[in-house]
Write a protein that binds this ligand. Structure first.
Ligand code: NDP
Length: 259
């Protein structure tokens, strides 16, 4: 199946690790040109050393409006177009309502909502000009099913889901299609950080299998980034031309809400 990505220019935020990295690898293999950013520019360069011919790299925090504007501007200057934005950058944040400080609330709303808004807003003139403008917002199952230890992240993801509906409706006038991907537990470096801070004496593999069971994942394991990337690539591609305002769950069967 040809996704029609050859020659397309796709922005993927947070491309130095995990899901962003896997998605960029797939997009490049499909012939797309990609621009990506992360806060740690040195790690980004290390990860993508040798791929710069079709890849624009920038050290940029998605919460920083002018940094994001510069990143998008440089992408358009270099490649001459932008067809899709995948808002993926983000980090896991554990907190109950009782523990969450005002700073924690602000950080999650900035990171998980405005961190998606800024790159899409900056790229909007280019997306409108494309004949296959796409926005893919990476979110979590927690937007519908909040986790007790992820209260601020869950609320921020719910706001993003709501925003995605508004964007899908408004941008349909310009044929820019907007969808979210709601993830369950995906085995990326952030899970190792959670394991390290969990106090568990089990190996990472034992802890991961147990956590998937405790979170009620029917497939009884975490997902892999390479199992998420094809879903993102399809939604970012010209082939997905009649899907907008949808939320695609990639969670190994987890998620009990009917919506
Ligand atoms: P990783 O930690 O493996 O990768 C995150 C990437 O985003 C890195 O490249 C990181 O680089 C970058 N990043 C983080 N914060 C910022 C920022 N403020 N500005 C720019 N870049 C940033 O995470 P995953 O691949 O697991 O997660 C990808 C997305 O999926 C995130 O939004 C996450 O919340 C979401 N998600 C993941 C789940 C999972 O189970 N893995 C579950 C639900 C949602 P750097 O640190 O250098 O900035």
């Amino acid at each position: 199946m040809d996704l029609g990505l050859a020659g397309r220019v796709i922005v993927v935020t947070g491309g130095s690790s995990g899901i962003g990295q896997a998605t960029i690898g797939l997009l490049l293999a499909e012939g797309a040109q990609v621009a990506t950013c992360a806060r740690d520019g040195e790690r980004l360069q290390r990860v993508w050393n040798g791929h710069q011919a079709h890849l624009h790299l920038a050290a940029c925090d998605v919460r920083d409006v002018s940094g994001v504007d510069d990143f998008i501007h440089a992408t358009a200057e270099r490649f001459g177009r932008i067809d899709a934005v995948v808002a993926n950058a983000g980090e896991g944040t554990l907190s109950t309502f009782g523990e969450a400080t005002p700073e924690r609330w602000l950080a999650d709303l900035e990171g998980k909502v405005l961190g998606a808004v800024h790159p899409v807003r900056a790229a909007l003139p280019w997306l409108r000009r494309s004949d296959a403008g796409r926005v893919v917002l990476i979110s979590g199952l927690i937007s519908r099913e909040p986790e007790p230890t992820l209260v601020t992240a869950s609320a921020a993801r719910a706001a993003l889901a709501n925003l995605a509906r508004s964007m899908a409706t408004e941008l349909a006038d310009d044929e820019v299609l907007v969808n979210t991907v709601s993830l369950g537990i995906i085995d990326t470096p952030r899970q190792r950080v959670i394991h390290a801070s969990s106090g568990s004496t089990a190996s990472y593999e034992e802890w991961a299998a147990d956590w998937a069971r405790r979170r009620g994942v029917p497939l009884a394991r975490m997902g892999r980034p390479d199992e998420v990337a094809p879903v993102i690539a399809l939604l970012a591609s010209p082939l997905a031309s009649y899907v907008s305002g949808a939320d695609v769950t990639v969670a190994g069967g987890a998620g009990r809400s009917v919506h």
